[in-house]
Design a protein around this ligand. Structure first.
Ligand SMILES: [Zn+2]
Ligand SMILES: [Zn+2]
Length: 693
């Protein structure tokens, strides 16, 4: 036996044996309890970086741990293979997106194999395969028939010089200019497909029974943004109704001005002739900004706005209040208009201070504080003051009384509001799942019959930097016949958001060859939902929300039974460069895992990544740190391979047994809670003691 551990010989030998013997082959049925572990599938960028290793190899270690504990474990791997980088490579380097993607996959699959994962590659899923995306199309048609998929005009980024829509990535800088011609980007309304995720808003707020990080749950809760309150209708001097949503109807008496979104339909009719020029200039400026920019809570950002030269009547006080427009009010949230209560709302307070608008106290610690001056917005619940019939009532009770009064007077009603918007699915891209719908002059929008699926992404397209989808520029692809009447019809030339692919891929792993359904029902019943899911927390409100939504749709279609797709979720941290900065080529601090594997072996890299710190925290890389884990593996090897010296005294043997039991207990407990670094530390200590014995 070799005296020293030689990973270059040992690792490929065992990988070969695993594969030959089918050790990790997926076993759909077994007497053992099932354990389904999934790590987020990678995008085939062309190279596996240290972040992939940090996400995947500890996940694999945990899956192996469950296997050793007697579970029938399934830990699959696939590729999230549609997306913009392939298209950019096509435009820049004249590469075929399909060839670019699949050659990257071939390369990365070998890199993943070198990681020593317990993956059964026969179960691999590639989302750009027609055998996969035909089921995206099947789901789309099902959603359309159920009223979940619908088409609507909506605003998208538009370059007036290039005469085309722009992807978010193509809009650059704080001023939002076109990346190609540097023209200021505007908005344009386009016909787009949406999925009605808002129908599930309340259910998506129910996290009961889910072992997910509190941080992710909080982000989803905030993203969905449910708030209880009331709609209140103010009236303009010309009697136009202006409806606002407020979570604090008890502060209605303190509403001293109103603010409309610049896009609000009443702005044009209410604006006075004297103010028209200023208002129009402000509106033109505001529509160029993104929602994120407009809603920035950055205190440094000056409050901007314009009075439109009109007033509305506050229904509680009967007094006129000025109407302003400001870009922090969004047409897409609530009603696109707010009643401003500067005494008790921070943003309204800042706005009123900037523009010298009246600030009235309507909430105080007690009725005695009714006249106390306001140094800042007081947002906490307390007692109503200066508020007519609710004076002296605690805020919560006052809120209820005001809503009752609004409903009795017919000027408002109890309302629940959500921040969540429907999922915009259409992308003006080529390398994605084609939308399986046609438009017929006679029949309108018609889905393709299932037997016409998959609707393939055509190969013979030109890639030109026009910003238009190559599907639209293709001479023939879009023209077809209507499945309903046989007359001429046109295909939708958009493709689906790639978050569609990752919304249900974990179901496909179970039966990737299934031809008659997205997945085999019986096997799915046995294996779903996923028991352990791992990946980056940057997916908190996109992928991880969409996959829950998709799952609930599948449940309502009778395809799955549980209420949630993933029982337990854990997020790894980020491995930074040795200088403590995010790894990037420009900083020259990128760590290449392939070089490390060549030098130390995959197990040393895996061990080091798990030892470097708490997995959920991540931290800076340490190029010297890997020596320790490499030496540790060498000691384990020698301990197992060397002849025992058999000089140990009987007393030592008892001590070693005790230490062994203690170590088994600690390592088992640590691995169960993903505490890899402490488990490895315990093993190192144990090996040190054994070497002494
Ligand atoms: Zn342009
Ligand atoms: Zn037709």
């Amino acid at each position: 036996m070799a005296n020293r551990y030689d990973p270059e010989a040992v690792e490929p030998k065992w990988r070969e044996i695993w594969e030959q013997s089918g050790l990790y082959d997926f076993e759909p049925t077994s007497a053992k309890p099932k354990h389904y572990a999934v790590t987020m599938l990678p995008y085939p960028s062309g190279n596996l970086h240290i972040g992939h290793w940090y996400a995947m190899s500890p996940s694999d270690a945990h899956a192996r741990f469950m296997r050793m504990r007697g579970y029938n474990v399934f830990f699959p791997m696939g590729f999230d293979a549609f997306g913009l980088p392939a298209e950019n490579a096509a435009i820049k380097n004249k590469l075929d997106p399909r060839k670019w993607t699949y050659s990257n996959i071939a390369y990365m699959r070998n890199q993943l194999k070198s990681m020593g994962l317990m993956v059964d590659w026969k179960q691999e899923v590639i989302t750009a395969d027609p055998s996969f995306y035909r089921w995206n199309q099947w789901f789309f048609i099902q959603f359309f028939k159920r009223g979940v998929a619908y088409k609507k005009f909506s605003a998208v980024d538009w370059c007036p010089s290039c005469n085309t829509t722009l992807a978010r990535e193509q809009v650059v800088g704080d001023e939002r200019r076109c990346e190609r011609c540097e023209t200021l980007v505007t908005k344009r309304d386009l016909d787009q497909w949406y999925f009605k995720i808002t129908d599930y808003a309340d259910e998506l707020l129910d996290f009961s029974g889910m072992d997910w990080p509190e941080r992710i749950i909080a982000m989803q809760r905030n993203w969905i943004g449910r708030s209880e309150g009331a709609e209140v209708t103010f009236r303009s001097a010309q009697d136009d109704p202006i409806t606002v949503f407020t979570t604090r109807p008890d502060t209605l008496w303190g509403a001293s001005f109103m603010v409309l979104a610049p896009e609000h339909p009443l702005v044009a009719t209410l604006t006075s002739p004297e103010q028209r020029a200023a208002v129009e200039a402000y509106v033109a400026e505001a529509v160029r900004k993104t929602e994120v920019e407009r809603q920035s809570t950055d205190d440094e950002k000056p409050k901007t706005g314009v009075w439109i030269g009109a007033h509305a009547i506050n229904p509680a006080t009967g007094r006129p209040v000025p109407i302003w427009i400001a870009d922090y009010v969004l047409m897409t949230y609530g009603t696109g208009a707010i009643m401003a209560v500067p005494g008790h709302d921070e943003r309204d307070f800042a706005f009123a201070t900037t523009f010298n608008l009246p600030i009235t106290r309507v909430v105080a610690e007690s009725v005695d504080g009714a006249a106390a001056p306001l140094e800042q917005a007081e947002t906490a619940y307390a007692v109503a003051v200066n508020s007519g019939f609710i004076d002296g009532l605690p805020s919560a009770e006052a809120k209820e009384r005001v809503i009752d009064w609004l409903e009795a007077e017919g000027i408002g009603k109890r309302t629940i509001n959500y921040r969540l918007r429907d999922w915009l699915v259409s992308r003006q891209r080529y390398w994605g799942t084609p939308i399986p719908m046609v438009t017929c002059e006679q029949c309108g929008i018609v889905p393709l019959p299932y037997e016409q699926l998959p609707l393939l992404v055509p190969d013979d397209v030109d890639f030109k930097p026009t910003g238009e989808s190559p599907l639209k520029l293709h001479p023939t692809w879009r023209f077809t016949t209507c499945p309903a009447c046989g007359g001429p019809a046109e295909r939708d030339t958009d493709t689906m958001d790639t978050f569609v692919d990752s919304a249900w891929y974990q179901c496909r792993y179970l039966t990737p060859q299934e031809n008659n359904a997205p997945f085999d029902r019986e096997i799915a019943q046995e294996w779903l939902p996923v028991d352990h899911y791992t990946g980056g927390r940057e997916h908190a409100v996109m992928h991880l929300l969409y996959t829950r939504f998709w799952w609930k749709l599948m449940r309502d279609m009778g395809l799955v039974e549980a209420d949630e797709p993933m029982r337990q979720l854990r997020n790894q941290g980020v491995i930074l460069g040795e200088d403590g900065n995010k790894m990037s080529k420009s900083k020259g601090n990128v760590v290449d895992p392939d070089m490390l594997v060549a030098k130390y072996g995959a197990d040393a890299v895996r061990t080091f990544l798990m030892f470097i710190g708490p997995w959920e925290q991540g931290g800076p890389w340490n190029s010297k740190g890997i020596e320790g884990p490499a030496r540790f593996l060498d000691r384990v090897w020698r301990l197992a391979m060397d002849q025992p010296s058999s000089t140990a005294a009987p007393g030592d043997e008892v001590a070693v047994r005790r230490l062994t039991q203690r170590t088994i207990k600690k390592v088992g407990e640590d691995l169960a809670r993903y505490s890899f670094n402490t488990a490895i530390a315990a093993l190192m200590e144990y090996v040190n003691e054994l070497m002494k014995a």
